[in-house]
Design a protein around this ligand. Sequence first.
Ligand code: GLY
Length: 362
Amino acid sequence: MPLWHKRSRKQNLAPVNNSSIHIGSDALPALAQLLQRPGTTHVAVLADTNTARLCYPRLQPLLPDNHLLIEISAGEEHKTLSTCERVWAELTEHRFDRHSVLVCLGGGVVTDLGGFCAALYKRGIRCAVVPTTLLAQVDAGIGGKTGVDFQGFKNHLGVFQLPEAVCIEPEFLTTLDPRELRAGYAEVVKHWLIADADAFMQGRNYGLFVDDWAAVVRESVAVKQEIVAQDPLERGPRKLLNFGHTVGHALESYLLGQAGRAILHGEAIAAGMVCEAWLSVQKGLLTESELDKIETFLFSVYDKVQFVTLETEAIAELARQDKKNQGDTINCTLLEAIGRGVYDQPVTVAELADSLRYYHRL
Ligand code: GLY
């Protein structure tokens, strides 16, 4: 079955392997049920300073009285091994065992780092994910990729480990500032571009003015789930989900290392999608008019990311560390049409730098 077939808005979401996914008003009650399962010894909630304040109060009445709240600092710069050490120390101090559950309440940093902590602590304890940002609800929280950044490289250390459950309450999106919401939207657009041309054409009309986020989340999760179900360990089709990420991660890593210039992941991915759509045209895969539609839409939602021409080589060079590469070949996901991604497309560092120069000139 092609990955880009149209799916109905009401489609029921089948679990990917052992992860059950709940979206909407039954999501938090489903979490409560999971935590009440006989044999559960301890429950901890991992939150960052934002979600501890804005989202934890909504969860608290559903949790066992003796649960532990572990709070970490918000922000990508804290997605490190030393933050994991703090989490592991807390779990150890409170005698968490393999029958304990870690609930990751937050955006991509919390769900990636928390999933990693749960997977490694005592070789794996139970984990449930409650993604609170749009980015985490449609992408980071789904599919069991966990990890932390290392030596300036994004998600350089990590494991695939599906959580027991993903509980998505779209109402948490009301806690986001508009910049966060917009950044997360880039992953929704990515799903359209790799797998759903009709949704892209409709989405072009409403842009960020979405009145039913639950429906958008549901559809986007369905795209990701279908791809992950075919290839949980990213040996093949899952690489489609990396569209925009070869250039995007390089740009994000580069700016993260420059004082005061860090941008959000989704902002980098939006820029990366423009660059990689341009590369798709250079490789004879996509038409100029499709590139024009993609660019027009993305620039209607996102500001241009600022860098100077002199920096393009250094940014492109960072893509050498991309996890999809094999030896010196940089494997990129490109588009062969709007709604149809194609993975394992070799590109050179020089071509990536060209794409950044193209973006810079726009
Ligand atoms: N974020 C891409 C993936 O989960 O494969």
